[in-house]
Design a protein around this ligand. Structure first.
Ligand code: RIB
Length: 298
């Protein structure tokens, strides 16, 4: 049996506090919701869990608070077979995400980073230096960019591939782009980058000098090569009830597949199949297919 690829995620881990409602309130309005849940989230932790479920040997590099949420997140890493020796316990409270999901399964998310901003460049760089047999390092934008730059810089020196999910959107520093191999925004983040919605024209103009993928929800994804060549990836048509964490599901499964030796198109097709399942279930990590289910989707 092939050895599991080693993937490190440098990023956020948060507790998701989610309200489901048919209609979401406007400013000053009070409405009834249908359901409230707490669940494991944070874009980094979601990507780590998905990569582990797919079969990778995953290391999480991040920080949680010294509180009940932090202890739960740590226990979740253990339960998901994720190495959490580089998850620091910070004096800051564990990060939380307040999430509203409407009847169409679309979400609105407000994050309070807390301990996700409680670890620094040295911690990230020394973690990435010491992880054996590293194939891929994944980052997002729920921690300071300087920390991701430090981790990616070491990763590149070691010959690992770096994958940046620029979420939530923020302007990316040249230093971060310089150490990023793959840039994977969703359609909203793409629009924030270029000022226009994704179309074949605007996608072809998205020249970052990187390999990119724009995820397009129920329209699948588009691979963009550094010279602007587009490759469309179709997805399965499903009845979506909650899209929370679907992008993270894509990133975790894409990274696993790429690290396992698949070409980018096959890895993106695999990731679209897995992410399509996730939107049919509630929550972020709670919506991800199990390892047994994944084997039927490969
Ligand atoms: O991408 C989904 C995630 O964004 C949620 O789990 C929430 O924690 C926010 O970070």
């Amino acid at each position: 049996m092939a050895k599991a690829p080693v993937i490190a995620v440098v990023g956020s881990a948060s507790m998701d506090l989610t309200c489901y409602a048919d209609v979401l309130p406007q400013a000053g309005q009070t409405l009834y919701g249908n359901l409230f849940t707490t669940g494991f989230g944070g874009k980094g932790a979601n990507q780590a869990v998905m990569a582990a479920l797919a079969g990778a040997n995953v290391y999480m590099v991040g920080s949680v608070g010294n509180d009940l949420f932090g202890k739960s997140l740590q226990e979740n890493f253990r339960n998901q077979n994720i190495n959490s020796e580089f998850v620091k316990v910070s004096e800051l409270p564990t990060g939380v995400a307040h999430i509203w999901v409407d009847a169409q399964g679309q979400n609105r998310i407000l994050i309070v980073p807390g301990a996700n901003h409680g670890f620094d460049e040295n911690h990230a760089a020394s973690a990435i230096t010491s992880i054996p047999d590293l194939s891929i390092v994944i980052g997002q934008c729920e921690i300071p960019q300087s920390v991701t730059i430090a981790a990616f810089t070491v990763a590149k020196k070691r010959g690992a591939i770096t994958i940046l999910n620029p979420a939530p959107y923020q302007e990316l520093s040249d230093d971060l782009l310089a150490v990023t191999d793959w840039l994977i925004p969703n359609e909203i983040e793409f629009e924030e980058f270029v000022g226009e919605a994704p179309t074949s024209e605007t996608l072809a103009r998205f020249r970052t000098g990187k390999n990119s993928i724009v995820t397009l929800g129920d329209k699948g994804a588009v691979l963009i090569s550094p010279d602007g060549t587009l490759t469309s990836i179709a997805t399965t048509s499903v009845q979506a009830i909650d899209s929370t964490g679907a992008g993270d599901c894509f990133i975790g499964s894409f990274s696993y597949s790429l690290a396992s030796g698949s070409d980018a198109k096959s890895a993106a097709e695999f990731a679209c199949r897995i992410a399509a399942v996730s939107v049919t279930r509630k929550g972020a990590q709670s919506s991800y297919p199990t390892t047994a289910e994944i084997s039927t989707l490969s």
